[in-house]
Design a protein around this ligand. Structure first.
Ligand code: SF4
Length: 91
């Protein structure tokens, strides 16, 4: 599978990231181009949502967000709890 061309919005977003978090530009670019996993895309979505504040992701209380149970940087106990919920939903 070839690289997907970036949209204007994605290019614009990368410019903003470049100013604040230049080391994250490559990660976002790879996700946009389709070269990263779904798991990485979810991680980048959370980092974008709270503008790279990892603690805010850990503390995120927006349980209505579809990514909430899958978000990165969860406390270990919460991660186990959410993994069990996922297994329940698969039944
Ligand atoms: S889980 Fe929280 S940090 Fe992640 S995208 Fe949803 S609201 Fe944002």
């Amino acid at each position: 599978m070839g690289k997907k061309p970036l949209t204007k919005q994605q290019e614009k977003f990368l410019e903003m990231v470049k100013e604040d978090r230049p080391n994250a530009v490559g990660w976002f670019r790879k996700v946009y181009e389709g070269g990263k996993s779904r798991k990485n895309a979810m991680k980048m979505a959370c980092l974008r949502c709270v503008w790279f504040n990892r603690e805010a992701i850990t503390q995120c209380g927006a349980s209505e967000c579809p990514l909430w149970g899958f978000r990165p940087y969860q406390d270990e106990g919460e991660k186990v709890q959410n993994a069990n919920k996922t297994q329940t939903l698969k039944l």
